[in-house]
Design a protein around this ligand. Sequence first.
Ligand SMILES: [Fe+2]
Length: 213
Amino acid sequence: MSASSLPSSSQERTPILELEVLAEKAANAFRPFLGPEGFDLAQYQQFLNTMYHYTARSGEMIQHAGSKAHDEELKQFFKYMCNEEQGHYLLAKEDLKELGGEVSEAIPQSVQDFHHTWFSLGDTIYAYLGAIYVFENIAKHVQKEGKDLFARLNLNKKQRRWVAVHLEADLVHGDEIIDLCSRYFDNNPSACLEGGRAMCDCWINVFTHFGRA
Ligand SMILES: [Fe+2]
């Protein structure tokens, strides 16, 4: 969540088409919930609760992925990502508090599925690179819709930090993982795509089951 960016040797940013398609597919599942027929205030609170749980283990999850890194550049990247992401769950909790809500003790099933999938991605770093590529490139597809949601629900700044931070920070994170994958994807395309597909499915799963426990 710091303002710093990742030092990069090349800044190539050649997007990987197959992963871009998955990121857009994931964004398409989210978009209707942001639009005019999307979340009402109660559903937005439920979404924040889900995102609290969804991001609660980010630090641990990124460290798990980073433990598979086999060179200095990848190790540095995962260390940086851990710093960027690990406090975000608190934003969801605080946003919810501002709206008079509280996070649940129970972890939604879609989040439990996500955690299980993440820790089962296998021993290669490439699956995690594909997964992160997809996650970090969702926000660029819903920039306008996110801001429309703030206006439609009349959310003040303290009630929208989780979404606002991701809309902004993930534009940078999205470019950073594109840059990294420009250089690593060809080492193991099938593992990268497998990770990307798994994470796309996890994100869609949140909305398929939204409204249920
Ligand atoms: Fe991010």
